[in-house]
Design a protein around this ligand. Structure first.
Ligand SMILES: NC(=O)c1ccc[n+]([C@@H]2O[C@H](COP(=O)([O-])OP(=O)(O)OC[C@H]3O[C@@H](n4cnc5c(N)ncnc54)[C@H](OP(=O)(O)O)[C@@H]3O)[C@@H](O)[C@H]2O)c1
Length: 304
């Protein structure tokens, strides 16, 4: 099969090559998925799991990409819950070969059914950004209607999901980002927007939940805005600042079939809009994943 692989950590995204790989085989509880569309997070080359396995042993050449939509083509020993020919989407294991390939072997529990009226490109855009937003807001952030959310990077892949889900849940959403992203953030449902380069973040006043996708100084200044009992949720590594009277949580997203099903249902009925930028075939994936211009949404690789 065709796959993108990386071998050289120092080369980053530029080190990707398109090559021929052996077809994957299904282990216990695995399925093989014929990938139709693949999603990619631009920071993947910085994740240890791209380079080493769970024992920290080199696993290169490795196939990056962890989001996919496709069709189940084989079942491993003991696999239940999915069937051959079923449309699926989901989040592939960080430490196994990923989704920038024609096929993947992955655990069935990391996939959910993809309804027939949702395009594969849309399905592949949802798992990481949708699940991260869901888990950060509802599971860890314990968001309640009437609360105020400060959604950093609100025009980005995760930020657009945070904004939409928080607003649907009855929160007042203040998005942040670059000046050029103001309209996009408002279009995705932010009630207000802070241009981090020109506006004073401190002018937003008190908030109940900060969803941080940036870190550093922005995180420290945001922690100071959190009301008593509020929460700082970070997805960019260990928290560097804690609210004076609240909780601080950092986490890495996990696959969850029930949550994926909730997310895709919202896409079907129009409550959640995907944020897709460039769509490119696998043969052009390396150029698409090494853009010269600023990305305007998630890059999706159309494999079939
Ligand atoms: N822990 C987890 O489970 C998890 C899950 C998903 C993502 N992540 C991480 O979360 C981060 C965001 O992911 P993403 O996919 O949403 O990325 P993305 O699509 O690039 O969105 C990030 C947004 O934040 C903006 N931004 C970043 N720094 C900024 C700054 N200093 N001032 C103003 N705007 C700024 C970006 O603008 P520019 O493009 O102009 O910088 C972009 O619009 C990444 O570091 C990713 O690795 C973690």
């Amino acid at each position: 099969m065709k796959a993108i692989v990386v071998t050289d950590r120092a080369a980053g995204l530029a080190g990707m090559t398109l090559t021929d790989r052996a077809e994957p085989t299904a282990a216990i509880n695995d399925v093989i998925v014929e990938i139709h569309a693949s999603g990619f997070v631009p920071t993947e080359m910085g994740w240890p799991s791209t380079w080493t396995d769970r024992r920290d042993i080199d696993r290169t050449p490795s196939v990056p990409g962890h989001e996919l939509a496709g069709v189940v083509s084989a079942l491993g020993y003991g696999t239940t819950g999915l069937s051959i020919g079923q449309r699926v989407f989901g989040l592939a294991d960080w430490h196994r070969d990923g989704t920038l390939a024609e096929s993947i072997a992955m655990e069935a529990r990391n996939l959910a059914p993809l309804p027939g009226d949702v395009a594969f490109t849309v399905g592949a855009s949802l798992p990481i950004s949708g699940l991260t937003a869901w888990q950060g807001l509802f599971q860890l952030g314990r968001l309640e209607a009437g609360q105020t959310v400060l959604a950093h990077g609100a025009a980005g892949a995760v930020g657009t999901m945070v904004t939409q889900l928080a607003r649907e849940a009855g929160a007042y959403v203040i998005g942040t980002g670059r000046a050029a992203d103001r309209q996009k953030a408002l279009d995705f449902g932010a009630h207000d927007f802070v241009d981090l380069d020109h506006d004073r973040l401190e002018h937003v006043g008190g908030v109940d939940l900060v969803f941080d996708v940036i870190g550093g100084d922005i995180q420290k200044r945001s922690a100071a805005l959190i009301r008593p009992g509020g929460t700082l949720v970070s997805i960019v590594g260990p928290v560097e600042a804690r609210p004076a009277d609240g909780r601080a949580i950092d986490f890495v997203v996990e696959a969850d079939r029930a949550q994926l099903t909730e997310i895709v249902q919202r896409v079907r009925d129009g409550r959640l809009r995907p944020n897709i930028g460039t769509v490119a075939p696998l043969d052009d994936a390396i150029a698409a994943l090494n853009p010269t211009a600023r990305r305007t949404g998630k890059t999706i690789i159309k494999v079939r």
